[in-house]
Design a protein around this ligand. Sequence first.
Ligand code: ADP
Ligand code: ADP
Length: 224
Amino acid sequence: MIELSVAIKNKAYANSKQTVLAQLDFTVKSGEFVAIIGPSGCGKSTLLNMISGLETCSGQHISYNESANTEGNTNKDALQQLGYIFQQPRLMPWLTVRENIELILQADQFDKIDDLLAQVGLANEGDYFPSQLSGGMQRRVSIARAFAINPQLLLLDEPFNSLDAPTAARLRQLLMDLCKQRSTTVVFVTHDLQEAVYLADRIIFLSDSPSRIIHQSVIDLPRP
Ligand code: ADP
Ligand code: ADP
């Protein structure tokens, strides 16, 4: 169980100098599903990259506090329990579905791949190559891959973009089930308010760049 806290004073990219994120300060409770919503280009992907350590800036403070027995756990340990699902599935095209998941696991964990593939509805597609799958199926592989490490903290960057509506709806439900079963702490980035309301416990609204938090809403809806 991971609680995330984020404090970013000023993030600019070296080649542009323009501030992308400013005075961004929030925490995500353990097991909470937070959606971050904001206009295109406001810095949502940058924020996830900073949470995952792919991007940094001076004066940032990002910590992953494990809520139970915290002793001895460092940020580095927490990063090993982090899953990141990108806008594009980013599968290795020369590897089969199963091999794409094996890539991030130790050999003694390979026996859980069948279960994972079954959970995302791909029990029979393990030996297919990504190019043999539909867009929706490729996303499902990327979801299975992210859950293979049993992430305590999951970052998602508009994972349902450019999918047709029924496919996106099925995948949203799948994602919500997987996260609730495991009490995963989630930061979900989207520009789709309806999607945010459907999935999240809380929504953080960002302004246009330089991004600041302009509003936060707790969503208290009965869940399916
Ligand atoms: P969003 O995910 O909300 O669409 P991004 O985080 O991708 O926004 O981008 C925020 C701003 O930072 C945009 O103006 C974008 O052009 C700029 N940006 C993103 N990545 C880089 C980079 N590697 N170098 C320079 N500028 C970047
Ligand atoms: P698309 O080809 O439009 O991208 P999908 O790849 O999402 O659609 O779905 C392909 C097939 O898999 C459909 O017949 C769909 O009903 C089925 N399917 C989708 N999600 C699941 C799931 N979680 N479990 C089982 N079957 C699924």
